[in-house]
Design a protein around this ligand. Structure first.
Ligand SMILES: [Zn+2]
Length: 224
């Protein structure tokens, strides 16, 4: 907590004065272009990764960058999506997973256990329920995933989870309407904490490719 308070003191004294004009413009309105749904993990720092400024990203964060399917839960994620699309009129929704995701790891078998086995999460009933939204990712595993290599399997499941949550995202009526009217674009990304690199899900070839390739090759259709 000491670190937070020291940072706040520096912000008030040195940082806020430089941004005062910017915040003045944002004080009673916002018009972010992107709803960015990502994990709560402390190592994923969107404003640093994308060099964005206050007002740029509408953020929604939770363990495992989960998007419950429409109708299953009138929770914070669904309400945030509805507000971002219907009221803020964001043009992009990004679902971004990341390497070494603990939420996804919790749906893997315990070390050395057979594939179908799950960790005992009976002491974390709410977490267990939430992770149930990640479980369907198993059916989206990339072909040829090495299930005998725990690290490779973990990474493949994180990728598959991004694909799964995008599928769920599209069940939300405002999202599917935006997609069919081409006022909204949906992106599935994977951020590597070790290298800082991002991969993007390419629905046509059904695999993740470097974000640089997607933005260079297909900018008009993807709306970049
Ligand atoms: Zn995570």
């Amino acid at each position: 907590m000491k670190r937070l308070l020291q940072g706040y003191a520096r912000f008030r004294a040195n940082v806020f004065p430089r941004w005062q004009h910017h915040f003045h413009l944002l004080a009673d309105r916002q018009a972010p272009e992107t709803l960015f749904i990502t994990c709560a993990d402390s190592r994923v720092v969107p404003n640093l990764i994308f060099q964005t400024e206050p007002g740029d990203l509408f953020l929604c964060r939770n363990a495992g960058n989960v998007v419950p399917p429409h109708g299953e839960m009138a929770g914070g994620v669904s309400a945030t999506i509805e507000y971002a699309v219907e009221v803020l009129r964001v043009r992009h929704v990004v679902v971004c997973g990341h390497s070494d995701c603990g939420a996804v790891k919790a749906t893997l078998p315990p070390d050395g256990a057979p594939l179908g086995e799950r960790r005992d999460l009976s002491h974390l009933p709410l977490t267990a329920k939430w992770l149930g939204f990640i479980e369907p990712a198993w059916r989206n595993l990339e072909q040829g995933t090495r299930t005998d290599d725990p690290r490779a399997l973990h990474t493949a499941l994180i990728h598959a989870n991004v694909v799964t949550q995008i599928e769920n995202l599209k069940t939300h009526p405002e999202v599917s309407r935006g997609l069919s009217e081409q006022t909204l674009h949906v992106h599935g990304w994977y951020y590597d904490i070790l290298t800082g690199a991002i991969e993007s899900w390419d629905e046509h070839v059904r695999r993740f490719v470097p974000l640089e390739e997607v933005s260079a090759a297909k900018s008009p259709t993807l709306g970049f």
